[in-house]
Structure formats: C-alpha cells, structure tokens
Design a protein around this ligand. Structure first.
Ligand code: FAD
Ligand code: 2HG
Ligand code: ZN
Length: 515
C-alpha cells in the first residue's frame, strides 16, 4: 500500500470477520431486548402527561367481533399488548386494548372505514422503532399493525424499480434487492426491525442520504388508505411523472396522520462493486470539518457515507458491547467514511490518497481502511450500536437536529455544561454529511430536573441557528409542542387544514405532529 509506512495506516485489526448474518442477529436481538425488556415500564402517558382524550368512541365487543369477522381471530389481538403500547425508548405508554393485523390493502380499507364511521381512533404501527413516540397509542387508540403486509412484490433488474408492501422489514427488502444486483438506497441501524412503510412515513434518513438523497427522491409511488377507507393509488413505475399535484409526497414523512401507507415503489440503485470504509481518529471538531470538506472534494462521486462519533459516544458503545472490535481508540473524534464505486483499485487508491493527505496535514491522526466485506460490517457495527448503547442501561433524551456545520458540535459542549453531574453521558454523533447531529443525554432514569435543563433549551438553541428540530426522526408525540420552532404559523395552519381535509374526524394518529 502506497502510504503504509508514512501513514501508519493499519489494516483492520479485528480478529474475526463477523458475517452479515451475525451482525443482523446482534442488532435484531439488541433491538428486541430493548423493546421488550420488562424493567421499569413507563407510566401511562395519558395520565403522566395530562393528555385530554379526544372525542372518540370507545371500543366495544361488537367492534371486536366485526374485526374478527373481517380479519380472522388470529389477526385480532386483545391480550399481551405491551409490545405495541410502549415505544422503543420506553418513554411513551398507551393503553390500547386492540391490535389489528390486516393482510391486504382491502382489509386496511375495511378497518378504516369502520373506524371512521364509529369515530374510533387508530395508530398505524410499523416496526415500532420510531424515536419520537409516534407509533404507539397515547390513550386507547386501536393499533393497526402493518406486519402482515410484508411482501416484496417485484424487483425490476433493468430499471431498478422495486414494488414492496409497507410492512416489509427494511433489511429483508434490501436482501431481495441485492439478489437482483440492486441496493435499497436507505440504510439505518434499525434495519432489522423497521418497516419500509414506517421509513416512508417518517421520511427516514439514515447513513446514505449523502449519496442517494432522501426518500422524496427515491420513492416513485405510494398506495395509501385514507381515513374514510378510500384507497389512494399513487403508484408509479417511472422516474418521471408530472401529471398533476405530486401527492405522494404528502405521505412521505407525515407519520401516519394523513393515511396508512400500504404499498410503494422505490428506485433502487445498482449495488456498487467496490465498497471501502475508513475509520479514522481526529483531534478536534475543526479537523472533522476539514476532513469532511476534503472527502467531498476528493472522494466526490464515490462518497457514500460520512458519519461522525465523538469520544463519549464511542466509549459508551465500546464499554457496553464487548463484541465490538474497534481498530483504533483514544481519540476525541472519529469519522466513518464510506466509498462505493465500480472500480476497486481506483476507489482504494483514492481513499488511501485521501487518508494519506489528511494524515500528512495532521488532520487525521490514525485510521483503518478496509474493503473486506466482513470488516466493513464490523466497522459499521460500531456506529450502529451507539444509539442502542446509550439506552441499554439508562434513560436517554435523544435529539435529532439539523444545524449549520460551523455550529454543529458546540451544542454538545453547551449541554454538557448545562446538565453537569445530572447526566451520565452527553454526547454527539450522527450524519455529518447531512448536517444532522444526534445529541444524546443519558441519565439513570427519567427525571424532571434534567428534562427541564434540556428542553426547551435544545429547541430554542436550534431555532436560533435556523436549524431543524427534527432532521429525520419526525415530530411524533414528543416534539409536537415544539413544531413552531421549525415551522412558522402560516405553515402550521396549512398543515392543520390539510389534516382536516384528509381526516375530518381526526381518527388517524391523534395527539401526534400537531397539537
Ligand atoms: P414505527 O416506529 O412503527 O412508526 C413510525 C411512525 O410512522 C409512526 O408515526 C407511525 O404511526 C407511522 N407509520 C408506520 N408505518 C406506517 C404506515 N405503513 N403508514 C402510515 N404510517 C405509518 N431514523 C432515521 O431517520 N435515521 C436513522 O439513522 C435511524 N436510526 C435508528 C437506529 C435505531 C437503533 C433505532 C431504534 C431507530 C432509528 N431511527 C432512525 C428511527 C426509526 O427507526 C425510523 O424512524 C424508522 O423509519 C421507523 O420505522 P418503523 O417501521 O419502526 O416505524
Ligand atoms: C442513528 O443515526 C439514529 O443512529 C438514532 O438516527 C439516533 O438514537 C439516536 O439518537
Ligand atoms: Zn440518524
């Protein structure tokens, strides 16, 4: 390797190459354990947050019998509903008495028609990995789970267009796309559990936005069932379609408040032949920024991800999960830079040159570059386990903000100062390439004192910098009181009017997004 001596560039020191399969099991198991652990169940949110129940009907035996007839008894659950009632962060707990699992668009339509006529409130639920309390009931809403709508309906190897049902787990969809030589242009740590319909409904970002853009570009068509049971077919098999209003966008990121997404078509790029990952250590955030600019300048067309992890986030993950193998340690900042291209030699030369130049200038202190698929996965695992490590043994306030890059990291230091010893960890990591910081504040358990130090300060701070209070996770229940920090009153009023038009009885995901 050209710069090996000069740069002390290490090959990945990890002893074993955990296979993709093993990685999936690790993430899925951690996600499930966290989601289902019975320790410290939160209080019912309606009570703890003094939520005034909307003017909805109350479920009765006749409703349940109606649904049983419609879906079959096996797909109507009335017991052991904690997993559906409690959010991933164990912050929100609803008190739904009914979970429905339709197996077709027609069944979703029939459910909503009945709920709308009866004025029964409904919360659509995908993988329940959302981080803003959007996917669980707040009071006694019926949970409409998309789990059974899980098929990949078609994958066109020529155009790259795939049609998939909303309840398909993202990773399963990606496996199917890979069989056709394609890749799903969306990748996130919750991929083993989240649904593609949940992803679309939250306009999920993840680690590849820097390359493929967000879902407003990749989703070509959507089928959604409206509150009154009408099926709105906005499916399209083409990249270009300028006929009328682009209504599909309303369902991308509206968090189940305007309709239930049942199917979608997505443009999947052809999978790259060569993927390289660099994991590098840096001394300061100023060096992180310089390295990012250089990555854009010098890796340009092959850059597929640019993530940052600060020391505390890194240490929390490493301390929590002994199976993680970090090739380097002991730096204030880390970056994970991925390239995906079509010419292995060319790509490797470019990334080596990029690291070499950064090291020569003293901006990069040490690092590893690997193109070995197992080792690439091992390095990604470090990044993917950070959000889970922070909630494994503690309560965590999670913020997902867009900030101008010049001010990207300062809020972490400010927050550390504000929280002092009340917090066990205050750290920052995230999608540097998209100006999207994940600020996490962990403490032993939820308490009002630290909560008040963090909120609404974090939103005021973000708003002053003209950032976004939600870069990718959405508004859900947890941020609805703060929407005005990122949207002006005129925009919010239009949102309200649109909600009324699509869902006059307000049965779809009440208490979320708008207050
Ligand atoms: P759910 O959590 O079930 O639902 C989310 C919202 O969408 C709710 O409002 C729900 O009502 C609505 N909804 C779900 N399905 C439908 C449907 N079919 N029709 C209408 N509405 C629906 N998010 C990111 O953006 N980027 C990341 O990098 C990222 N990483 C994560 C890593 C971890 C470890 C975890 C736990 C979460 C992460 N998330 C991330 C958040 C979360 O995974 C995403 O928001 C994801 O898109 C949610 O999908 P889901 O199927 O779990 O949806
Ligand atoms: C990520 O990028 C997710 O890992 C989760 O968006 C971030 O938990 C978080 O704060
Ligand atoms: Zn993220």
């Amino acid at each position: 390797m050209r710069f090996q001596g000069l740069l002390q560039l290490r090959r990945c020191a990890a002893a074993s190459c955990a296979s993709r399969h093993l990685n999936t099991i690790v993430t899925a198991a951690a996600t499930r354990r966290l989601a289902s652990s019975a320790t410290a169940l939160p209080d019912f949110t309606q009570k703890s947050d003094h939520v005034q129940r909307g003017n909805y009907a109350t479920l009765n035996d006749k409703d349940v019998a109606h649904f049983e007839q419609l879906l079959g008894q096996n797909h109507v659950l009335t017991e052991d509903l904690d997993g559906y009632n409690i959010c991933f962060l164990k912050r929100i707990r609803g008190n739904s008495k009914l979970v429905l699992k339709p197996g077709s668009t027609a069944e979703v339509a029939a459910i909503l028609r009945h709920c709308n006529e009866r004025k029964l409130a409904v919360v659509p639920q995908g993988g329940n990995t959302g981080l803003v309390g959007g996917s669980v009931p707040i009071c006694d809403e019926i949970v409409l789970s998309l789990q059974r709508l899980n098929k990949v309906l078609s994958v066109d190897e020529v155009t790259g267009i795939a049609v998939v049902e909303a309840g398909c787990i993202l990773e399963n969809f990606d496996h199917r796309a890979k069989e056709a030589g394609l890749t799903v242009p969306l990748d996130l740590g919750a991929k083993a559990s989240c649904h593609i319909g949940g992803n679309v409904s939250t306009n999920a970002g993840g680690v590849r936005v820097v390359r493929y853009g967000n879902l407003h570009g990749s989703v070509l068509g959507v089928e959604a069932v409206l509150a009154n049971g009408q099926v709105l077919d906005l499916m399209s098999d083409f990249k270009k379609d300028n006929t009328g209003y682009h209504m599909k966008h309303l369902f991308i990121g509206s968090e189940g408040t305007l309709g239930v997404v049942t199917k979608l078509s997505m443009l999947c790029p052809h999978a790259s032949k060569s993927v390289n990952v660099a994991f590098i250590g840096l001394n300061s955030f100023a060096d992180v920024l310089k390295t990012f600019v250089n990555a854009k300048r010098n890796l340009g067309e092959i850059l597929s991800s640019c993530e940052m992890i600060d020391e505390r986030a890194f240490q929390t993950a490493m301390g929590q999960y002994k199976f993680l193998n970090a090739p380097i340690a002991g730096y204030p900042f880390y970056m994970l830079i991925e390239t995906s291209g079509s010419n292995g030699d060319h790509d490797q030369e470019k990334i080596n040159q990029f690291i070499g130049d950064g090291m020569e200038r003293g901006e990069i202190l040490d690092g590893t570059v690997t193109g070995d698929p197992g080792k690439v996965q091992e390095i990604w695992k470090i990044r993917e386990m950070v959000p889970l490590a922070l909630i494994e043994k503690s309560f965590c306030f999670k913020y997902d903000i867009s900030l101008p890059l010049r001010d990207f990291y300062s809020i972490v230091d400010v927050m550390r100062e504000r929280c002092g010893p009340l917090a066990t960890v205050v750290c920052g990591y995230g999608h540097l390439g998209d100006s999207n910081l994940h600020l996490n504040v962990s403490c032993e358990k939820f308490n009002d004192e630290i909560y008040k130090r963090v909120e609404p300060f974090v939103y005021e701070y973000t708003s002053k910098l003209k950032g976004s209070i939600s870069a990718e996770h959405g508004i859900g229940f947890l941020k609805k009181d703060y929407l005005h920090y990122s949207k002006n009153p005129v925009a919010i009023n239009w949102m309200r009017d649109m909600k009324k038009m699509f869902d006059p009885n307000g049965i779809l995901n009440p208490y979320k997004v708008l207050n």
